[in-house]
Design a protein around this ligand. Structure first.
Ligand code: HEM
Length: 493
């Protein structure tokens, strides 16, 4: 009995030591400034993690590295762009992991491209990347363009739609992803009637519970595993069953639509996915394909809708920029007689500048995270990073740093003009991340945003207003402002 009591006491003391004492003042001991209590501030507060990271970034103007703690775990905000390059690309072998753990029973989350298992990620990324080549996107463009037109009808026939602009834009981006994943055919009456809008919204909207899950998954992975917590448990069987059903019908009908389901069938026909160098094998099961498709909704709906919203909000406050953009859009639409192709969309160069500047001022993924998997040293300052330390790349703070972007709160698309674009610092512009784990859907997102905005601004203008948000919503990765208002005014024919 005495032995068991001693054993239990030792286990408790060991746990207390491990979680609350061992890494206390981890950074101070290494002569790096440190900030305490961030996880708690985030979970109980009203700000996004990206804003909290920006406040810390600005509080230490002289320091390249600032230590903090994700729960009890040491994490480091890094500012130096060469070090950021090393983490995202040069020293990828030490930083391939994002440090967000998933459980094997969480069928969707555990198989999506965000995954932590290096071998599995590498082979899935390699096989899925061709979905987003320009050639494939050009084939898919007819789907996106149709969605953009349906979106305009949706607004025109639904007076209330734009009273909640984020919801309307979310309807468009989710519908466009739905159509690009599952295709459209002659029977599709209105692409805006996507059955997945609710599903995607429930899975992505931040809440106390989802923030807690993310925090737990990255700070107490063992507890997270022990509790068998799932990120997307509610959506699992519904979504997997739909994908299975669609795959079955498509195989039977041999119907080609240039959508993601086509790619899934091609991959499945090729058989087991194999890395010839390592011999690692993975079966392209229906579940694996469903997880990828599911993640396109999670990664692409909210981010793209918010990016469109931020563009529109800034255009409302900058009538000269709006006027120039309208002129560019009108010229292109008149030239092609209102039948826009992907080449017409590519001609909208000023729109690219406007969108790039909105991505800079409001990077919808405001903070990027990595976990060190092999002890290493950052090249500038020779800071030793031990295994399991988390690295935080504070995208939002960098994008608003005066050093890189003079007058950073000013919305100025000229920063991205052909003359000025070379001033954008390497690894200082990260709306889609960088390096080997850069967003796989960046090209898709840009095209979807451009065609949606082109049609919207062809038909509407915006009531003038100034957008100055006090803070964004308390999200783990994202910058969100779902309550922001814009007023659309129909343009004269
Ligand atoms: C404006 C819209 C979007 C933004 C701002 C955005 C941004 C990002 C960022 C910052 C990352 C993390 C990069 C890193 O950790 O280095 C990421 C990853 C990812 N995104 Fe996007 N994204 C957008 C749209 C999309 C779309 C439409 C899709 C798919 C259809 C997509 C699929 C992914 C995937 C699969 C990953 C994980 C890649 C990997 O780990 O290999 N994203 N995205």
């Amino acid at each position: 009995m005495l032995f068991i009591t001693l054993l239990v006491i030792s286990a408790i003391l060991l746990t207390i030591y491990k979680f609350f004492i061992k890494d206390r003042h981890y950074w101070k001991k290494r002569n790096i400034p440190e900030v305490q209590g961030i996880t708690w501030k985030f979970i109980t507060g009203k700000k996004s993690l990206a804003e909290i990271h920006k406040e810390i970034y600005n509080s230490y103007p002289e320091d390249d590295n600032i230590g903090l703690y994700n729960g009890p775990k040491p994490a480091l905000i890094i500012k130096n762009l060469e070090n950021i390059q090393a983490v995202l690309l040069g020293d990828f072998q030490s930083f391939f992991n994002r440090g967000i753990n998933t459980n094997q029973n969480d069928k969707l989350a555990d198989s999506v491209l965000f995954m932590e298992d290096y071998e599995r990620w590498r082979i899935v990324r390699y096989k899925i990347s061709p979905v987003f080549t320009m050639k494939k996107l050009k084939n898919m463009f007819y789907i996106m363009e149709r969605c953009a037109r349906d979106f305009i009808d949706f607004i025109e026939n639904n007076q209330e739609a734009m009273s909640k602009p984020f919801n309307a834009l979310y309807t468009y981006t989710t519908a466009s992803i739905t159509a690009s994943v599952f295709g459209i055919d002659a029977n599709t009456e209105n692409t805006m009637d996507s059955p997945f809008i609710d599903m995607a919204s429930k899975a992505t909207a931040p809440s106390f519970i989802t923030n807690l899950k993310f925090s737990l998954a990255s700070t107490f992975p063992k507890l997270f595993k022990l509790l068998k917590l799932k990120f997307f448990g509610d959506q699992e069987s519904y979504f997997i069953n739909i994908v299975k059903q669609v795959l079955k019908e498509r195989r039977r009908d041999n119907d080609k639509r240039h959508d993601f389901i086509d790619t899934c069938i091609e991959l499945q026909n090729e058989g087991v996915m194999q890395n010839v160098a390592t011999g690692y094998q993975l079966i392209p099961s229906d579940e694996l394909m469903a997880a990828q498709a599911f993640f396109f909704f999670i990664a692409g709906s909210d981010t793209s809708a918010h990016s469109m919203l931020f563009v529109l909000l800034e255009l409302s406050g900058n009538p000269e920029i709006l006027k120039r953009l309208h002129k560019e859009i009108d010229d292109v639409f008149e030239k092609c007689n209102e039948k826009i192709t992907v080449d017409d969309i590519e001609e909208l160069k000023y729109m690219d500048m406007v969108i790039n500047e909105a991505f800079r001022k409001y990077p919808t993924i405001g903070t990027i995270q990595r976990k060190c998997t092999k002890t290493t040293t950052l090249p500038v300052g020779e800071v030793k990073i031990e295994k399991d330390v988390q690295i935080i790349i504070p995208t939002y703070a960098i994008h608003r740093d005066e050093k890189y972007y003079p007058n950073p709160d000013l919305f100025d698309p000229e920063r991205f003009s052909p003359k000025n674009i070379s001033n954008i610092p390497k690894y200082g512009y990260l709306p889609f991340g960088e390096g080997n784990r850069i967003c796989i859907g960046a090209r898709f997102a840009r095209l979807q945003i451009k065609v949606g905005l082109a049609w919207l601004l062809r038909r509407y203008t915006l009531k003038e207003q100034v957008y100055e948000p006090k803070c964004f919503e308390p999200s783990f990765f994202a910058l969100r402002d779902t309550g922001a208002r814009i007023d659309l005014i129909p343009r004269k024919a």
